[in-house]
Design a protein around this ligand. Structure first.
Ligand code: PGA
Length: 243
C-alpha cells in the first residue's frame, strides 16, 4: 500500500492552485468521475479556482457524479445552514453541476437508508476521487473519533470539539446540531484517489499525528495510511512547519 504523498506549498492560494491542478487532471482523464467534495473552509479556494477555470472554458464538471460527504441531521430540505446548501453555493452552482447528478445522503440518517446508500454507491463503482479536509480532532467528514476504518455511512453524535469548531456558523455552541450523517470511512478509504487538504497552524498538530502518529480509531485521518487508492496530501507551510 503506497504511503500518502505530501506536497507542501507556500500558502492557501498556492494550495488552491495545486489542488485544482490535481482535480482538473483527474477529471480531464475521464469526465465521468464520481467525486466526493468536502465542505468546510479549507477547500473553498480550490472550488473558487475550479469555478474560475470553468468560466474560462478550461474545466468541465458537467459529467461528474457528486457524492455528498456529510450533513447535519434533521434539517429541513433547502435549509441554508445545511452542508448540502454549502456545497450547492460553493461548488454545484459555480460549476453548473445539476442537482440530479448528486447522490445525496439520507437526511434523517435512517440506518436502512444509510445501508442502501452504501450499496448503491458500491453498485455504481464507488468513489473515484474524495476531496477531504481534516478536523483538528482528526475527523474525516463527520467520522468523529473514535471511528473504525470499516465504519459504514451512518448517524454520528458530534463531539464537543466539532460543535465548538462549528459554532461560528450557527451563533453559539448550543445552536449547533448535535447529530450528523456521514459517509463512512469504509467507502471513503476505498476511493481510487484521495486528496487531503490542510491549511493554517491550527491543523499542524493533527496533520502530523495523522501521518506519523499511531494509527487507530482515535485519529480517523490516520487510516489514510491504509487507504486502498493513491493519497495525496497538500498542505501549506503553516500547517506543516513550526512557526
Ligand atoms: P475546515 O473543516 O476546512 O473548515 O477547517 C475541516 C473539517 O472539519 O473537516
Amino acid at each position: 500500500m503506497p504511503q500518502p504523498a505530501v506536497e507542501v506549498v507556500d500558502d492557501a492560494p498556492a494550495l488552491a492552485r495545486a489542488a485544482a491542478d490535481v482535480v482538473a487532471a483527474f477529471v480531464a482523464a475521464d469526465p465521468d468521475r464520481t467525486v466526493v467534495p468536502a465542505t468546510g473552509e479549507t477547500p473553498l479556494g480550490l472550488y473558487a479556482e475550479l469555478a474560475e477555470r470553468h468560466r474560462a472554458g478550461r474545466f468541465d464538471a458537467s459529467s461528474l457524479t457528486i457524492v455528498q460527504l456529510d450533513d447535519y441531521r434533521g434539517l429541513g430540505p433547502g435549509d441554508r445552514r445545511s452542508l448540502y446548501g454549502w456545497m450547492d453555493r460553493a461548488l454545484l452552482r459555480p460549476l453548473a453541476i445539476a442537482d440530479d447528478r448528486v447522490l445525496r445522503l439520507p437526511a434523517d440518517g435512517d440506518p436502512d437508508a444509510c445501508a442502501a446508500f452504501d450499496r448503491e454507491l458500491e453498485a455504481r463503482g464507488g468513489i473515484d476521487l474524495a476531496i477531504l479536509g481534516v478536523g483538528e480532532n482528526g475527523h474525516l467528514g463527520f467520522n468523529e473519533p473514535p471511528s473504525a476504518a470499516g465504519s459504514p455511512t451512518r448517524i454520528v453524535a458530534l463531539t464537543r470539539a466539532t460543535i465548538a469548531a462549528n459554532a461560528r456558523y450557527w451563533g453559539s455552541d448550543t445552536d449547533v446540531p448535535t447529530e450528523a450523517v456521514t459517509l463512512g470511512l469504509r467507502p471513503l478509504l476505498a476511493s481510487r484517489r484521495i486528496l487531503l487538504l490542510a491549511s493554517g497552524p491550527r491543523k499542524r498538530e493533527i496533520v502530523h499525528r495523522a501521518l506519523d502518529g499511531p494509527m487507530g480509531d482515535d485519529v480517523p485521518a490516520s487510516f489514510l495510511r491504509r487507504a486502498e487508492g493513491e493519497v495525496t496530501v497538500i498542505v501549506d507551510r503553516a500547517a506543516w512547519e513550526p512557526a
